[in-house]
Design a binder for this molecule. Sequence first.
Ligand code: TK8
Length: 338
Amino acid sequence: MKLKQLTIAAAVALATLGAGIAQAQDIKPRLIRFGYGLNEISNQGRATKVFADEVEKASGGKMKIRAIGAAALGSDVQMQQALIGGAQEMMVGSTATLVGITKEMAIWDTPFLFNNAQEADAVLDGPVGQKVMDKLQEKGLVGLVYWENGFRNLTNNKRAVTKLEDMDGIKLRVMQNNVFIDSFKTLGANAVPLPFSELFTALETRTVDGQENPYNTILSSKFYEVQKYLTVTNHVYSPWIVLVSKKYWDGLSKDEQKVLMDAAKKSRDFERQDTRAEADKALADLKGKGMQINQLSPSEANRMREKLGAVNASIAANVGEDLWKDTQAAVAKARASK
Ligand code: TK8
């Protein structure tokens, strides 16, 4: 009995070893760790799956994406550092959290820069978007494509924000980025920078009163469980960006780079459609979950817009007047062509 068991165990071990060697010699799949901050069931998770499937298919199984969501590999900022150091291969996250590495990324944080998603697509996918993306290379990162995070809206637990003055003293979590801190201080809130991965707990424990994110994220991260009021502000359009470690990218063949780039573009097109479809019905969903929702009156929306205009000069100074002007021109062109 004992001998038989041993023999079986040995046979299994040998077979496993054999398969392992065959695999190592014949297939040698490249394993790519791809981290992201939201849940698997979010728009970010769904598009990551599309990307992973495309990479596997296009490479004939030679490249494999190991997708790791819910910030299990770290916050946006931590993952960016892991990519730069070469400890992680890929990620997707907010451009806003990259500003500490590449200051030009702050251009996307300009309040009310885009009026609609079509303007955002035109500018992000055009020469200005590419120019900003290319700036990452000297810092050890390669940007592939922009995905849509979306237009950001305000939630909080203190009161329905119906006028500018209602922002007074609201302790509001913002992304770790000076433009966001300045913007919300300008509006009268007490802006507290925190990584997204700590946000749900901070809201639940009332360490902060509120936050701002697109409808999709308010839904997928279940912020409706810990936030009562939602104010439709659409104060800024937030892009996500798909990143590769430059150290890793430089070690890939041209064909392998093309597999990643093509799959990134497919995932982008899927992601934008999926995100927009979800956002279109999200308000009704959030209402159904019990959130109290209000639209700002046009005159109050204008007051906020005017106040926020005060941060534009500092954004322009930070990103450079040339990039500021090029971006304004690209937006004007997109707006005119509609
Ligand atoms: C996810 C974040 C998130 C962003 C934020 O990692 O931090 O509020 O909107 O999407 O990048």
